[in-house]
Design a binder for this molecule. Sequence first.
Ligand code: PRP
Ligand code: URA
Length: 211
Amino acid sequence: MEFSNLTIIRHPLVLHKLTLLRDRRTPTKIFKELVDEIATLMAYEATKDLGVEPRGVDTPLEHTTGHHISGKKLTLVPILRAGLGMVEGVLRLVPSARVGHIGLYRDHETLQPVDYYFKIPGDAAERDFFLLDPMLATGGSAVAAVSSLKRTGATRIRFLCLVAAPEGVQKLLDSHPDVQVYAASLDRELNSVGYILPGLGDAGDRLFGTR
Ligand code: PRP
Ligand code: URA
C-alpha cells in the first residue's frame, strides 16, 4: 500500500527498537526509553530537508563559513497523553524548539476525539510544527489536532508517529493533504474497536503504566 503523504522510516535501529516496543512483555520503564529513542531517530530523518544558510564562525585558528538552520522556528506539539513520550527524544536534536500541547482523548464508544486542552506559541504562522503522537489509528485525533493548529494560522505541519494504520493515513490525506506523515511502521489494519493490528496496544497506558 502506498500513500503520497507517508514517509516510512526503515532505519535498522528503528526496526529493532519498534519490535521491542511491540512486545507485550516490555515493561513500562523500557517502553518509555524505547519511545524516546525512536523519536530521536525519527526526528533525524524528519528534519532532513530543513534549509540551511551560510553562517560565519571563528574557529581557534581562523574564520570560516559554516551553516545555520534557516527558515521557520520549530515547534513540537505532543498530543496528550502518549505524544509526551516523544518530546524529549526530539528535543535532544533540536533543543531550541518550543513545545505546545494539545489535549485529546478518544471516546471509547464512538472513537471520536474529545479535546480538553490547547496551548501553542503565539506566532503560529511563523512556525514549523511537528505534531507528535505514537499512534495514528482511525486518524480522528490527528485530523482534529491539525485542524486546531490550522485555526491559529499554522500552515507548515508534519505528523510524527510510531505506528500508523492505513485507515488513519488515508483520513489525514483526505482532510489535510498538505501534512506529511512520518511513521516507523504502516501496520495492517484496525480491529473492530479501533486498535491497530498488529500494533503495540494502548500507547498511553503502556507509557504511563495505567490500566
Ligand atoms: C491514542 C493515541 C492517539 C489516538 C489515536 O490516544 O495516543 O492520540 O489514540 O487514535 P485515533 O487515530 O483513532 O484518533 P488516547 O485517545 O488513547 O488518549 P491517551 O493518550 O490520553 O491515552
Ligand atoms: N491508540 C492506541 O494507543 N493504540 C491503538 O492501537 C489505537 C489507538
